[in-house]
Design a protein around this ligand. Sequence first.
Ligand SMILES: CC(=O)N[C@H]1[C@@H](OP(=O)(O)OP(=O)(O)OC[C@H]2O[C@@H](n3ccc(=O)[nH]c3=O)[C@H](O)[C@@H]2O)O[C@H](CO)[C@@H](O)[C@@H]1O[C@H](C)C(=O)N[C@@H](C)C(=O)N[C@H](CCC(=O)O)C(=O)O
Ligand SMILES: Nc1ncnc2c1ncn2[C@@H]1O[C@H](COP(=O)(O)OP(=O)(O)OP(=O)(O)O)[C@@H](O)[C@H]1O
Ligand SMILES: N[C@H](CCC[C@H](N)C(=O)O)C(=O)O
Ligand SMILES: [Mg+2]
Length: 486
Amino acid sequence: MRSLSDIITGLPFTELQGSADVEISSIVFDSRKVVPGCLFVAVRGTQVDGHDYIEKAIEMGAVAVICEELPGHTAAEVDFLMVKDSAAALGIVSANFYDNPSKKLKLVGVTGTNGKTTIATLLYQLFRDLGYKCGLLSTVENQINGKVIPSTHTTPDQVELNRLLDDMVAQGCDYCFMEVSSHAVAQHRIEGLSFTGAIFSNLTHDHLDYHKTFENYLKAKKAFFDGLPKTAFALTNADDKNGSVMLQNTKAHKKTYGLKNMADFKGKVLENQFSGLLLLIDNEEVWFKMVGSFNAYNLLAVYAAAMLLDQDHAKVLTSLSKLSGAEGRFDYVISPNKVIGIVDYAHTPDAVQNVLSTIHNIRKGNEQVITVIGCGGDRDKTKRPVMAKVACEWSDKVILTSDNPRSEDPMQIIRDMEEGVSVKSKFNVASIVDRHEAIKTACELARPGDIILLAGKGHEKYQEIKGVKNHFDDKEELLNNFKLMV
Ligand SMILES: CC(=O)N[C@H]1[C@@H](OP(=O)(O)OP(=O)(O)OC[C@H]2O[C@@H](n3ccc(=O)[nH]c3=O)[C@H](O)[C@@H]2O)O[C@H](CO)[C@@H](O)[C@@H]1O[C@H](C)C(=O)N[C@@H](C)C(=O)N[C@H](CCC(=O)O)C(=O)O
Ligand SMILES: Nc1ncnc2c1ncn2[C@@H]1O[C@H](COP(=O)(O)OP(=O)(O)OP(=O)(O)O)[C@@H](O)[C@H]1O
Ligand SMILES: N[C@H](CCC[C@H](N)C(=O)O)C(=O)O
Ligand SMILES: [Mg+2]
């Protein structure tokens, strides 16, 4: 147990009511999860204001409260600490509660619109192969030395994040590689953490529902770099038009990687095939299992980070050449009658374009590309017509379908996507709301040699419809259809 005064070390506050001697059993920011003896942190959210639940939290046994505004009625036996920003305070007290685990290992964060999971997973796999004990925090899953812990978010909340880091320290981890989403930066989920390094992949259209403008989205990513200490490295993509913005105000060591522009770590794509990539990195030609030039960026970022973490160049390239990255990213299978099926997590216009242009560049010539694609509900609506447009431009046939409709009407999401279909493309586009039927239809349309892309759901094992997560797995659907294709 720790006292309130222990866990508010380094936390700027405006007022304290109480002695702060009280012992804290845990930190909770959801009144529905309050347990006796806990500290309740009232956070303003997108749906409700946590301050409205302070009374409820005290009724349930909270012994201390951190808030931005005192409630009308304060209980004398409860300590109240007033702060400017409760979400940021939650980060600091959570780190203190677990005795700052991020200072006891080397924590590397990856941010950007696309490529975070791929880069973080490759780093985790690479460093384990080099003999280190490691942790991973990612969209697909969290892991500690090979043990899987399911993940609910790309970046966990402040409490969960520090609890997981503490577990990693207890299990002897030397490194943790984590994804840092823009939501996480904006919501202060990474406040109070000590980073050894930060990596930026790229910035393209996504999440405008949450950030409202591209400028705000950019600022959220940049805030991660602005907060790095001077001992850390800040590694950015020299070929991305916003890459240099990340380095503008950081105190960390500035480093760049790139395939086109001048960079500290330079690479070149020599060959790009379905079997992998031949890259020139630091004057060495190496084959990798990953497919597509966007993965050349991911591999180069990983190589550069490994060099900045003082690893041996030859060992890193040898190990990296064997790795295949995260589940559901350019994952391809071939049917008995030689139809190629690709499952990919492309859920932004840029990712869809990258995957389809990769397919375009490496296909032999006259085979059809059939794309099955949907867009998530309760997420950025403005990307829907753009994703459909890009899919049509780069495919011979497109089936518009459902992704995770969440609380929205799936037909309306498809109608939003249809806005992006040009008159010319209309004849090659069908809308099939049931994803299972959509995949089946794509398989029926395919002839030997054709390529089917299932975009948007990658590793996901569910489809979320009206608050219910039903089992759904794109790869499983593909394989079931492929079994019948002889
Ligand atoms: C839009 C968004 O990011 N929402 C996140 C946010 O919730 P919120 O602001 O909506 O919270 P709220 O419901 O308004 O509640 C406000 C506060 O009141 C508290 N409360 C609420 C009700 C109650 O009865 N009692 C109570 O105390 C809540 O615990 C909360 O502290 O804070 C919550 C706690 O950390 C998150 O779980 C939640 O993630 C939701 C589920 C979500 O879907 N987030 C996605 C968009 C997300 O974060 N995605 C990124 C990846 C994006 C990418 O692809 O790059 C991620 O990192 O996963
Ligand atoms: N460096 C890259 N540049 C552009 N597109 C990429 C890059 N890396 C991966 N992609 C595309 O983006 C998809 C998602 O990749 P990944 O899961 O690594 O990204 P992410 O940033 O973790 O996404 P999320 O925001 O959902 O966490 C891939 O399936 C691929 O289509
Ligand atoms: N198939 C997904 C991709 C979501 C990517 C996720 N990281 C987010 O935007 O929250 C969907 O839109 O439901
Ligand atoms: Mg991810």
